[in-house]
Design a binder for this molecule. Structure first.
Ligand code: APR
Length: 179
């Protein structure tokens, strides 16, 4: 599904984040930037050890929840990996939605600052961190839409969803945002 906002667009695809041909790929990292399973495991496995070597050296104190830090992308076809730290879901009363929005916004700002025309996001926080998919879809897509309307870049914001359930949740929300 593709929805145009001026000269920019939001794309929804089903697939693997590591296979995306974009300028920046977003990692679903933890605040210690120590690697993990899911998206994090896949990015370090396909991208190779240079990514962890770089984040260890540039960010010895990690990255706070709700923020993101950039690195180069090793063997991935992207130019950058943006390591974003989404919130752990605690029922929605611990500022989770603000932190999720802030993680997405920081990645979009980093993409623009680094001259990226395209960025691919996974559904941050919806795996190990337990954020409900429907609520995550609403939050992520509204941040992306507002950013594109206000800043008019990057040209392509792609959400790479794992499986029918995630794709369906994002597609329903994107339809409602454009209705
Ligand atoms: N491509 C795209 N999406 C993927 C992939 C992949 N290769 N692998 C998993 N996913 C999906 C999951 O199904 C989920 O919907 O990405 C979403 C995010 O899941 P996680 O990777 O578990 O990320 P998150 O919930 O943010 O948890 C982060 O998990 O791996 C650890 O180190 C990481 O501690 C951190 C935590």
């Amino acid at each position: 599904m593709i929805v145009q906002f001026g000269d920019c667009r939001i794309e929804l695809v089903q697939g693997d984040i590591t296979q995306q041909e974009v300028d920046a790929i977003v990692n679903a990292a933890n605040s210690a930037l120590m690697g993990g399973s899911g998206v994090d495991g896949a990015i370090h496995r396909v991208g190779g050890p240079s990514i962890m070597a770089e984040t260890d050296s540039l960010y010895p104190n990690g990255c706070p929840t709700g923020s993101a830090v950039p690195s180069t992308a090793g063997n991935l076809s992207a130019k950058y990996v943006l390591h974003a730290v989404g919130p752990v879901w605690h029922g929605g009363t611990k500022g989770e939605s603000e932190m999720l929005a802030s993680a997405y916004r920081t990645c979009l700002e980093l993409a623009v600052q680094n001259g990226c025309k395209s960025i691919a996001f996974p559904a941050l926080s919806t795996g190990v961190y337990g954020y409900p998919m429907d609520l995550a879809a609403e939050q992520s897509l509204s941040v992306a839409r507002e950013f594109l309307i206000e800043k008019k870049k990057p040209s392509v914001v792609r959400f790479v969803l794992f499986g029918d359930g995630a794709y369906g949740a994002f597609a329903r929300v994107l339809e409602s945002l454009t209705a």
